[in-house]
Design a protein around this ligand. Sequence first.
Ligand code: AMP
Length: 293
Amino acid sequence: MPTKPTVVTTRAELITTLENQRDAHPQQLIGLVMTMGALHDGHLSLVKEIRKHCEYVVVSIFVNPTQFAPGEDFDAYPRQLEKDVELLETVGADLVYAPTPKEVYPNGEARVTINPGPTATVLEGATRPTHFGGVLQVVHKVINLVRPNYAIFGQKDAQQLALIRQMVADLDMPVTIIGAPIVRDPDGLAMSSRNAYLTPEQRAVALNLSKALHAGATTAEQGGTREDILKAAETVISEASAATDSRAPLVLDYIALVDPVSFQPVEHGSAVLAIAAKVGTTRLIDNHLVEVK
Ligand code: AMP
């Protein structure tokens, strides 16, 4: 029977708890799962997966202001710490770090920041130019505090995962990064805390993202070229956009077929077929790994 995780909200408590844990169990491997809370089965799958590698699992729950631009959904982002802790108990997390923004950024805006480099300028980075700088800043900070052996991130945020791997390699961070597959609802919609924003009509329209990826992936399996794959995915979205009404408008940001490391366009080999679109005011992302023959 899993026990309730210990919840700490300050850096001092986090450090002391981890010190005590390391003193008592020096051989234990420590795993880190970073989240913004409003947990769903996708997040819980990360905890279950990292448990296979580590005896002690730390989960951070923090809606990180530096990765949101003005006008994005920082204030509206769902917050439900108590429920999250209950969910984490079911998968056996040991320690939850749930700090306030003041605790993470005690001096307000940091003087020293991380430049995420060229991979952060395309796709998500083109639409959200300050996003990945904020993500890498908080990931770097929490990894420094927890000093985990392993940290796990979802393929759902494929560009983020690639950038975290680049940061860990380029800044010689002593942690092993694990990537975890996308968890979907039975109808194919990729799980996301932001799905809670969708009305039932919008949720039905949002299914077109995974349908478009599926169409692209099927074309890839049948030996289609880069152009064929993109066209198959784009057709699903353009037909769906034309069919939707004002209550659930679907507006595509991008469909792209890119290298899984650089996120630059690719013609052949392993690729990420990535999509971003707004359904109403909710921005959703999804992706599928494909082989372009
Ligand atoms: P978030 O709370 O959205 O910042 O996500 C925290 C972590 O969970 C990130 O590593 C995400 O990639 C991962 N994640 C989010 N949604 C899913 C999903 N549907 N399947 C697997 N991992 C996910």
